[in-house]
Design a protein around this ligand. Sequence first.
Ligand SMILES: C[S@@+](CC[C@H](N)C(=O)[O-])C[C@H]1O[C@@H](n2cnc3c(N)ncnc32)[C@H](O)[C@@H]1O
Length: 200
Amino acid sequence: MIATRTFVLRARAAPTDSRKLLAGVGTDAHVEILAHTLMNALFVAQSHRPDVVVHLLLESTADYSRAIRFEANVMGGIGGFDEAALLGRIAGALDASRGLGKDETRVVEAGVSVRTSGFERVMQELATNHELFLMDPKGSPIREQVFIGNPCFVLTDHIPMPKNTIRGLERLGARKLALGSRMLFASQCVTVIHHELDQR
Ligand SMILES: C[S@@+](CC[C@H](N)C(=O)[O-])C[C@H]1O[C@@H](n2cnc3c(N)ncnc32)[C@H](O)[C@@H]1O
């Protein structure tokens, strides 16, 4: 059985308001990280990668965090893989989430859904049927890691994961995994993880 590769990007600075999101490219919010991570997770040249799920957690909000889920095997065309197209899809999902109460989910289109749940809640659910890995340059080397089951790789934007969140993830069974000692962008981590697993 081919394992599904799941990526979670916790973007604490990313606005849940679609207009602010689209205006946030190149600002302190660094929303381009979401587009780049989505692209490197879902696409290869001239094709998309099957068996990949991406959860984008946007946490700069006036009400609830938003968790947008992309499932490659079910998605249709995304209308291009440039930054604007990808951010446009994320903005569309945010618009679709307007009016939802806490912990509600709405399907945006085939393979794309949005919910008003926070990082901890999403991770608790993923922990029930995934092996959790918190990406960290100080973790154990990915090359020595044996993967059994469906791996879920957890990344952040430019804001580090708080220590109490790390402890919470470890209580859920997460292990720290390194891709070398050099600090990479989250989107670069995704490419390296894919490459590493492609060799197995
Ligand atoms: C730009 S980094 C975050 C930088 C942030 N200032 C920090 O200290 O965590 C984005 C994400 O990539 C992960 N990451 C970057 N380089 C890595 C590496 N060499 N091995 C594993 N994870 C890495 C980080 O842990 C983080 O989740």
